[in-house]
Design a protein around this ligand. Structure first.
Ligand code: ADP
Length: 597
C-alpha cells in the first residue's frame, strides 16, 4: 500500500489542490471580512462625526471658547472616540484627547483635504500624537453654505488589528480543519483507487512469472471492477492457452524423443535449440548440455555444420549422405536440412533430420548380393543344360553312349537346380514371418535316426563311417519335426561332404541343463578361423568349386541357422583347419519350457 507510487502521486496532486484552494478561499474570506470590518468602523466613525458636527455647529458660528474643548472632551470620553474640531484653516479648536494649543495645523491632513473637496474624508495612518495606527473620518461643517470648519472622529486601529488577527486565525483554523478533513478523505479515496491497482499489479506479476491461477476479487461495479473482471478473464484464457501450449510442447518433445531419426534444430545464429537423443548419439553430444551452444561446438562432424550453415544461407532444403567412420561400426546417415520460418515468414533457424540408413544400406547390399548369387547359381546349371541339349539337338548322329552320358549330366544339373530352388524356398519360408512352423513335441532321437538313415548310403559311397550316439531316454524339444530333421541332415551332409574317404563322423545327442545338444563332429578338412564367422551367411562357401562339385548350394548352414533361431536356440562351430569340425546346436528342452511356463 505505502509502496504504491500511484497512490502518492494521486494524493500529492490532491494535497496540492486542496492546499492551494484552501489558501485562496481563506485569503479571500479573511480579506472580505477585514474589508467589511473596516467599512463598518468607517461608517460608525462617520456617524459619530455627524453627531459631533451637529453638536459643534453653534459653537463654531460664534467664537470658539473653552467650553467647546470641554464638551468635545466629554463627548469623546462618552463615546470612546477621539474627536477633533478644526476651523476652516485646519487649526485645531478642540480635541478630546489633546490640548489643542499644542497641536499643529491639520489643514494638510489627507482626511481634511478629502473632506474639503469631497464632503467626507477617510484616512488610516500612524498618529504621532497618540503614537498608534488610527482611522480618521472627517466631515466639513457648513452653516448657511459657509464653511465653518471640520470635525473629525478617529479610533485607534490596534483593537481592530487584534480583532482582525483573531479573525484571520479563526479563518486559518477553519481552513486548516477543512483541509485536514479533505486530505483525510482524499487519502482514503486515493487508497480505494490505488488498492485494486496494487492487486492488479500483483496478479499481472504472478502471471508474468507463470502463475495463472491468481484471480482478483471483483467488489466494485465501476470501471475498476470491469478492469478486474477483464484481467480475470485474461488470466483464465492465458492459463488455458499456456496449458495447450505446454501439452503441445510436451507432445512435440515426446514425439521428437521417440523418433528413430535424429533431429537437430538451430536458431538463425546456429545455436542449438533442440537436439534429440538419437541426434546426440550420432553426433556424440549430450542433448541438454548442447542447448544454446553453437552447432560447431556440439558436433565434431563438419558435414552437419556445413549442411545447417548452407540451409540458413541459401534458405532452401538440402539432402546429403554422410558416412561416419565410428568404431565399432561405420554409419551411413542421410541428412535432410530445412529452413525454419516463423508465422511472419521470417527465417528463424534450420532443422536437420538425421536418418541412420546403415542397416538399410546393408540390407540393400545383402539383397543385391543375394540376387546376384541366386542368378549366378541358377545360370550355371541352366547354361550347362542348354549346351548339352543344343549338342544333342545339333548332332543327330551322336552315339548312344555319349547321348546317355549327356542325358545323365542334364539330369544331374536338373537335380542341382531342384535342390537349389528347394533350399531357396525353404529359406524364404523361414524368413517370412507368416509361414508358421508346425509346432509339436519332437524327440530328437527320432530326428537323428531319420537323418542318419537317409544319409547312410551316401556315407557308404564316400567311405566315411557314421556313428550316432543318443541317450536312452527321450530328448524332447518343442518344434517342427521336419525343420529339425533338415538341420540334422544338413549338418550330417556337410560333415560327409567335407570328410575325405576313411574319415569318421559322429552325431551326438545329449541334454545339457535346460538344453538339448545336437553335435556333429567330423575328421574332415576343417574350416580356417577367418571363414568360421561367415559360413552361416547365404551362399558363403570356403571353396566354391569344391562345394559345387559336391552338389552344395551354399545355403545349407544358412537354413540351419534360421531353423535353430526360430526354435529359440543357437548354433556354433569349432573347427581346426585340416583336423575336422564340430557343429553344435543348442535347443531349449520341452521340460525346461514347461517349467518356465
Ligand atoms: P554348401 O552347400 O556349400 O555346403 P553350406 O551352407 O552348407 O553350403 O556350407 C557353407 C560352407 O561352409 C561350405 O561351402 C564349406 O566350405 C563350409 N563347411 C560347411 N560344413 C563344413 C564341414 N563340416 N567341414 C568343412 N567345411 C564345412
Amino acid at each position: 500500500m505505502f509502496r504504491s507510487r500511484f497512490l502518492w502521486k494521486l494524493y500529492a496532486g490532491y494535497v496540492l489542490l486542496i492546499l492551494v484552494f484552501t489558501a485562496i478561499v481563506g485569503f479571500l474570506i479573511a480579506r472580505q471580512i477585514e474589508q467589511d470590518t473596516l467599512n463598518e468602523i468607517q461608517e460608525s466613525l462617520r456617524t459619530r462625526a455627524v453627531l459631533l458636527r451637529d453638536a459643534v455647529i453653534p459653537s463654531l458660528s460664534g467664537h470658539p471658547d473653552n467650553a467647546l474643548q470641554k464638551r468635545v472632551h466629554k463627548l469623546g470620553a462618552e463615546i470612546l472616540t477621539r474627536l477633533t474640531v478644526m476651523d476652516p484653516n485646519g487649526k485645531v479648536l478642540a480635541d478630546s484627547e489633546e490640548d489643542p494649543s499644542r497641536m499643529d495645523d491639520h489643514s494638510n491632513r489627507p482626511e481634511i483635504l478629502a473632506a474639503g473637496s469631497h464632503g467626507v474624508g477617510t484616512a488610516v495612518r500612524f498618529s504621532n500624537t497618540v503614537r498608534t495606527r488610527m482611522m480618521y473620518v472627517a466631515l466639513p461643517v457648513h452653516s448657511q453654505d459657509r464653511l465653518m470648519g471640520f470635525v473629525r472622529a478617529s479610533l485607534p486601529l490596534s483593537a481592530i488589528d487584534e480583532r482582525l488577527a483573531d479573525l484571520r486565525a479563526t479563518v486559518a483554523l477553519g481552513a486548516g480543519v477543512a483541509a485536514g478533513v479533505a486530505l483525510l478523505l482524499g487519502f482514503f479515496m486515493a487508497r480505494s483507487f490505488a488498492a485494486p491497482l496494487s492487486s492488479m499489479t500483483r496478479v499481472a506479476e504472478s502471471m508474468s512469472s507463470g502463475d495463472y491461477g491468481a484471480q482478483l476479487p471483483v467488489t466494485r461495479r465501476d470501471e475498476v471492477g470491469d478492469l478486474a473482471l477483464a484481467l480475470n478473464r485474461m488470466a483464465r484464457s492465458c492459463k488455458e492457452r499456456m496449458e495447450t501450449i505446454t501439452t503441445d510442447h510436451n507432445k512435440l518433445l515426446a514425439i521428437l524423443a521417440g523418433m528413430v531419426e535424429g533431429v537437430v534444430a538451430v536458431d538463425h545464429e546456429e545455436r542449438v535449440v533442440h537436439l534429440n537423443a538419437v541426434a546426440a548419439a550420432i553426433l556424440r553430444g549430450a542433448p541438454n548440455a548442447s542447448i544454446g551452444k553453437k552447432i560447431w561446438e556440439v558436433s565434431r562432424v563438419p558435414e552437419v555444420c556445413e549442411a545447417l550453415s548452407a540451409t540458413l544461407k541459401d534458405v532452401k532444403q538440402t539432402r546429403r549422405e554422410l558416412r561416419l567412420v565410428s568404431p565399432p561400426r561405420d554409419q551411413v546417415v542421410e541428412m535432410h536440412a530445412s529452413p525454419l520460418h516463423n508465422g511472419d515468414g521470417k527465417l528463424v533457424g534450420a532443422v536437420l533430420v538425421l536418418h541412420d540408413v546403415t542397416e538399410l544400406k546393408r540390407l540393400e547390399t545383402v539383397r543385391r548380393d543375394f540376387v546376384g548369387n541366386v542368378s549366378h547359381e541358377l545360370k550355371t546349371p541352366i547354361t550347362a543344360i542348354r549346351v548339352l541339349v543344343e549338342t544333342l539337338l545339333d548332332d543327330v548322329d551322336l552315339d548312344l553312349v555319349t547321348r546317355q552320358r549327356f542325358l545323365t549330366k542334364i539330369l544331374d544339373q536338373t537335380m542341382r537346380l531342384s535342390t537349389l530352388v528347394t533350399d531357396l524356398l525353404n529359406l524364404s519360408r523361414l524368413e517370412s514371418k507368416d509361414t508358421a512352423l508346425e509346432w509339436g513335441d519332437v524327440d530328437l532321437r527320432d530326428t537323428a535316426e531319420t537323418a542318419s538313415q537317409a544319409l547312410l548310403p551316401a556315407a557308404e559311397v564316400r567311405g566315411v563311417e557314421v556313428e550316432v550316439l543318443k541317450p536312452d531316454s527321450a530328448l524332447e524339444v518343442r518344434g517342427d519335426a521336419e525343420a529339425l530333421r533338415q538341420v540334422a541332415t544338413n549338418l550330417l551332409d556337410n560333415a560327409l561332404k567335407y570328410t575325405p574317404r576313411g574319415g569318421k563322423v559322429w552325431l551326438r545327442l545329449r541334454a545339457d541343463g535346460p538344453s538339448a545338444i545336437i553335435e556333429v563332429e567330423d575328421t574332415g578338412i576343417g574350416i580356417e578361423q577367418r571363414h568360421q564367422a561367415r559360413i552361416f551367411e547365404r551362399f558363403y562357401r570356403v571353396d566354391k568349386a569344391r562345394s559345387r562339385e559336391l552338389g552344395g548350394t551354399g545355403l545349407g548352414l544358412s537354413i540351419v541357422k534360421h531353423v535353430v533361431l526360430a526354435h529359440g536356440g543357437e548354433v556354433s562351430v569349432v573347427s581346426k583347419h585340416g583336423k575336422g569340425s564340430t557343429f553344435r546346436v543348442r535347443l531349449p528342452l520341452s521340460s525346461a519350457a514347461d517349467a518356465r511356463a
